[in-house]
Design a protein around this ligand. Sequence first.
Ligand code: GLN
Ligand code: ZN
Length: 778
Amino acid sequence: MKNICTHIPGYPRIGERRELKTALERHWRGELPVTELEATGRALRARHWAQQHDAGLDFVTVGDFAFYDQVANHIQLFGCEPERFGFQDESALERYFTLARGRSGTAHCGCGQDSHDSHSGSAALAMTKWFDTNYHYLVPELHAGTRFALSSTRLFDEVAEAQALGHAVKATLIGPLTFLWLAKSTDGSPRLDLLERLLPVYGQVLARLKEQGVAWVQVEEPILGLDLPQAWRSAFDTAYWQLNQAGAPLLLATCFSPLEENLSLACRLPVAGLHVDGVRAAHELVSVADWLPVHKVLSVGIVDGRNIWRTDLDAALATLAPVLEKRNGQLWLSTSCSLLHVPYSLALEVGPEVGPEVGLDPEVRSWLTFAHEKLAELAVLKAAIEQPAAAAEALATSRAAIAARRASPRVHDAAVRARLAALPAGAARRKSPFAERRLLQGARLNLPPFPTTTIGSFPQTPAIRAARAAFKRGELATASYEAAMRAEIEDAIRRQEALGLDVLVHGEAERNDMVEYFGEHLAGFAFTQNGWVQSYGSRCVKPPIIWGDVSRPAPITVAWARHAQSLTPLPVKGMLTGPVTILQWSFVRDDQPRADTADQIALAMRDEVDDLQQAGIAIVQIDEPALREGLPLRRGPRAGYLDRAVRAFRLTAAVARDGTQIHTHMCYAEFNDILAQIAALDADVITIETSRSAMALLDAFGDFRYPNDIGPGVYDIHSPRVPDREEMLALLRRAQAVIPAAQLWVNPDCGLKTRSWEETEAALRNMVDAARQMRAEE
Ligand code: GLN
Ligand code: ZN
């Protein structure tokens, strides 16, 4: 007798039409009262539970909803809001948004990623990546004196809400060890020391949930997929022994990464069930099935929660067969992780609309499943195991789609494959070493010491956004749109000349987004119209889908670059996004290794570099802000990843002649542990974000004796504050103390697209002044 139970670790919450985003932003602008914001939240939860229920899941998941971030919910649940905010009589929700957005109202910048540290006043909590996803959570701040107390009823209220709607409930909580691991200690005291104080609060939460009659409590401990220090591993035993006392049935949930040395630990903890990632750790399933005592529930996340491809149900059933046998036919089926990381539904991808923006390609669409469709896949798998005859038709449909994708001639491009296979040995190496290139480039560019430049984008003004939107809706003719963008470029060039910058940029007015823009011009990419995925708070991204071999049908940026360069005798940088970043911020095909896809993108972008230099562009910047983001969670595979990432970048850049200067740019990352790889990129110039760490990052480059030129960001572009000359001078002097002056460039931390022209010009004027002062002191 086979008995399958289905559930999901979590569901997206932003709303299929981004209703939560709209409501939040209106609320923050003071246009939507809190009661209506709460009503929006309630309506979304009800809709999402109904979808889970209607798909036949055995429980709905409660506790995955958050107005901003689920970690921030836990900060309030445990009553550990940092004292530095000095809260008085604000409501819980007011405090919550202050934690998330800071008190000055300086919201997170939106360039997407790590380490949003203080500007001044009550800065928001820092934000960082949730494991290796593109979701960002708010980092709890703890210290030796932190006390915890059950301080919010939101979770219990939501449980009651779901029950009132007639649902069987599985509540979800971040586990105590993962919560502490994700926090930062503000006084350097070990976070693990706080476990003892935190556990009683978990005890209270669990007791309360039990009282409410929830069927299960899912306790998420994804850190079991990391290389954990021994003390943390040992702490699991104590912690779960104590949590188990509450008497609520616990489902310990892991995801994102294989358990490896933590496998037997996870299997023996005193909990009622264990959820494992059956996609990323498929090879461990049989061991888990063996190790986990049979009286415990095994939940296998067999449907990929991180990607958008249809599940190969036959393959999934084959994977599950030995597990089912070992578990005597009793199994829970689930998605590998929360569906937070995929868009809502293919039903919203309605097909071509008016204007140059076309809908999702119907053939590609037939190969995909988003969150809603993944629920249906779970139902089919359950049926296929319990009563195969009933599932035959659904299985056949799925099988046909999988077969069609595999056989589609559009996926494979023989020319791309032949070109990669035939790459000459030196294809990823510049012709001459840096020292020689430097002389040639110096003679050609004739730049002063401490050359000044910017990172690429200039303010995306309302006029630019309006023109793009009208163009996409088909309301603005191509010629008028292009004329408008050319005028923006000219304006940016004139302003830079007036400021006295040495190396100019065209300003990226024509780009919506640094990845989407290139994806739209490459073969093998598809775009959704509503495929939004939450990045943080109210911010969402719409990642491209890479479905086939990648190539570049025609030059992408060359006409814009040529136009910009025609306007000025000063060098204008060509501006590209690198292959690793394009890969990292897209949904990537799963039918070949990611690194092979990276190489294909690299070749496409290599052609762009070559065309730019043929067009007379002397400097080409290849942005790779996401290089470090791709690092695998486990240490083992990291070196292999980095090798391939470096190679992909070099494949793009190495077509540059010695006299063409290659720049790269990276931000939001700690580089200390990957300096050798950054040097191996062999870019002639790297610009990095450093101002917010007061140049501390640069010390590492100094100690490492970073060989090529480097532009440490001298001001924070995330803040509207205009830094004065002295401030930037101080940073430059600090830089000069660790990096030889001849290697230094002067630039902001990142692109300026989120700033106004007024702030931008004021800040750049001071920056140019600071550089001139440095030259005078030489
Ligand atoms: N060239 C891009 C810009 O200036 C770089 C953005 C980034 O690093 N995130 O906007
Ligand atoms: Zn940047």
